[in-house]
Design a protein around this ligand. Structure first.
Ligand SMILES: [Zn+2]
Length: 264
């Protein structure tokens, strides 16, 4: 008799909890909220290993400054709620462009941010800019830059074919959605940089046909943090405090963007 009572109460309690209904012995508690979506962001420090990227007027290597910025940004993002950060490289290591892009797709990333520093024949050119993918580049400089970045693999042949999972979803709708998101992130990022007073390139919202941005399912951006060919920008990028400022800005902007309406 006693056992049956105990069993009855036990089952009643379980059913009550399962249905979100309080039993007589319980206080009323709201049903637990479903966990918020966790976004994966992939941060990609450009170049590495045998590919130094741009080399500054004082000999600064792009691969080193962008790795430092990427590591700082990832550190600032680590542990934030609803966000997981992954890096394509954490040391001075060569990585083909296809591998970087595929890493982001395999991680089911919500956002891929490739971090670079520019070089231009015009020594006056300076400031941060952000690129999204387009077969129609903003201007001749954007085209030359994408050609140079795409040659980072050693001028190798065409990209590897897309894996079947990606090919299956590769249709105009997905691609358009992906690009539309990337464009909105680019605008938000440049406006955020402007508000913060970071030096910006003239016409900083740019586009070009970068191989590393071609994932059809991951909104992808390439950030040029400044021009190593410009003495002021190079000095800024050589200064750990200034690199930190850029990294903090990128981290905060990424976190804010992923929590905002673009990714709902
Ligand atoms: Zn680069």
């Amino acid at each position: 008799m006693r056992r049956r009572d105990a069993l009855g109460i036990g089952i009643g309690g379980l059913l009550g909890v399962a249905a979100g209904v309080a039993t007589a012995s319980e206080t009323v508690r709201p049903a637990p909220k479903p966990p918020a979506r966790t976004h994966v962001v992939v941060i990609d420090p450009g170049h590495g290993g045998r590919d130094p990227g741009a080399i500054g007027v004082r000999g600064t290597h792009e691969k080193d400054v962008v790795l430092d910025i990427a590591l700082s940004a990832a550190q600032r993002l680590a542990g934030r709620r609803g966000l997981t950060v992954r890096l394509t490289r954490t040391e001075d290591q060569f990585l083909p462009l296809d591998d970087r892009r595929e890493f982001a797709s395999a991680a089911r990333a919500s956002l891929f941010v490739s971090i670079h520093a520019d070089s231009a024949p015009n020594r006056e050119a300076r400031g941060l800019s952000a690129y999204t993918l387009s077969e129609a580049p903003t201007d001749g400089f954007a085209k030359a830059l994408a050609d140079r970045e795409n040659a980072a693999d050693g001028g190798g042949g065409p990209s590897r074919p897309l894996p079947p999972r990606i090919a299956a979803i590769l249709n105009d709708y997905v691609r358009n959605q992906t690009l539309a998101r990337a464009l909105r992130v680019k605008v938000a990022l440049i406006e955020g940089a402007d508000r913060l007073g970071l030096p910006l390139l003239e016409n900083p919202k740019r586009s070009a046909n970068f191989a590393v941005l071609r994932a059809p399912d991951v909104p992808s951006l390439l950030i040029e943090t400044g021009f190593l060919s410009n003495p002021q920008d190079e000095a800024r990028l050589r200064d750990p405090a200034q690199r930190r400022r850029v990294a903090d800005f990128l981290a905060d902007q990424i976190a804010r963007t992923l929590a905002g309406p673009i990714f709902i």
